[in-house]
Write a protein that binds this ligand. Structure first.
Ligand SMILES: Nc1ncnc2c1ncn2[C@@H]1O[C@H](COP(=O)(O)OP(=O)(O)OP(=O)(O)O)[C@@H](O)[C@H]1O
Ligand SMILES: [Mg+2]
Length: 259
């Protein structure tokens, strides 16, 4: 497993950072379900490749082994079963649910993002990373409303800290959730049932939790207004913003040993 370390983190650790392997830039596409993340990531990936960068667009699913079995369990036997407006059909073990999902996420950060960063200039993650924290925060605050959400987020951040790859540029696709939901329904594929009443009830809370998570990273978040703009126009804006960032701080400046 390559040890991916950033110069900023390594500066305190001493000169050994000079021997760290090159590390590309991590760009995550953030936004609610149906916001246009996968569409934008693919178009932006193509644009960055045309500009000469090596790019990996990470879109996962159908994984082998224990992570695949964990995923199947989380998707097919959800611990969060709610029927209509009547509340949960079963007790919701929100802490267990969140921890299992974070186990899967840890696997992705360690075994997928890190090797991809070692081998590419840019790694684009089409399902966000802060999205997972926002989901967890929404679920935990829903089932334990008496706990201060700021404190819950602090605890979540502490749990993920050992493995979490902070994105260099989190691109937030600002698509209002009702529009994103309509698009996810019209798309007719993807995870879960986008038309489910359960999602409808959850989305405002999820959006609020997302805002809270991103508030801690405002200096890095690239917000992009989607609304009724065409996917190509949205992708062009993101590509040109990323190219400015990449050219302003070339990889060679932060990744010693890189050609
Ligand atoms: N700017 C846009 N204008 C109109 N339709 C769009 C736009 N961007 C994406 N779409 C369409 O909206 C639907 C949802 O897009 P996409 O699958 O990229 O969203 P997503 O954020 O990846 O969703 P999920 O969270 O479910 O993975 C797709 O059918 C896609 O073609
Ligand atoms: Mg997607």
């Amino acid at each position: 497993m390559p040890d991916i370390t950033t110069p900023a983190a390594d500066a305190e650790a001493g000169p050994s950072w000079r021997f760290a392997p090159p590390r590309g830039r991590l760009v995550t596409f953030e936004g609610v379900w149906g916001a246009g993340k996968t569409t934008a990531a693919q178009l932006v990936g193509a644009g960055l490749r045309r500009a000469g960068f090596t790019v990996r667009v990470v879109h996962y699913g159908g994984e082998p082994g224990s992570i695949g079995r964990l995923s199947a369990f989380l998707e097919r036997s959800p611990l969060r079963v709610r029927t209509g407006l009547g509340g949960y059909a079963l007790p919701h073990h929100s802490t267990v649910d969140v921890l299992l999902r974070l186990c899967r996420e840890a696997h992705h950060h360690i075994h997928c993002f890190r090797p991809a960063l070692a081998a590419n200039d840019v790694v684009l993650v089409d399902h966000g990373v802060y999205s997972k924290l926002a989901w967890a925060l929404a679920v935990l605050t829903e089932t334990a409303p008496e706990v201060d959400p700021a404190r819950t987020l602090e605890r979540l951040r502490a749990v993920v800290a050992p493995w979490f790859c902070e994105p260099d540029v989190p691109v937030y696709l600002d698509t209002p959730w009702p529009l994103a939901r309509e698009r996810a329904i019209a798309r007719g594929r993807g995870g879960g049932d986008p038309a489910a009443i359960e999602r409808l009830l959850f989305l405002p809370r999820y959006t609020a939790a997302y805002r809270q998570v991103l508030a801690g990273h405002e200096d890095r978040v690239a917000r992009v207004r989607v609304g009724l703009r065409a996917a190509g126009a949205v992708a062009d804006e993101i590509t040109s913003r990323l190219l400015s960032t990449l050219r302003a701080a070339p990889l060679a400046a932060t990744a010693p040993g890189r050609e």
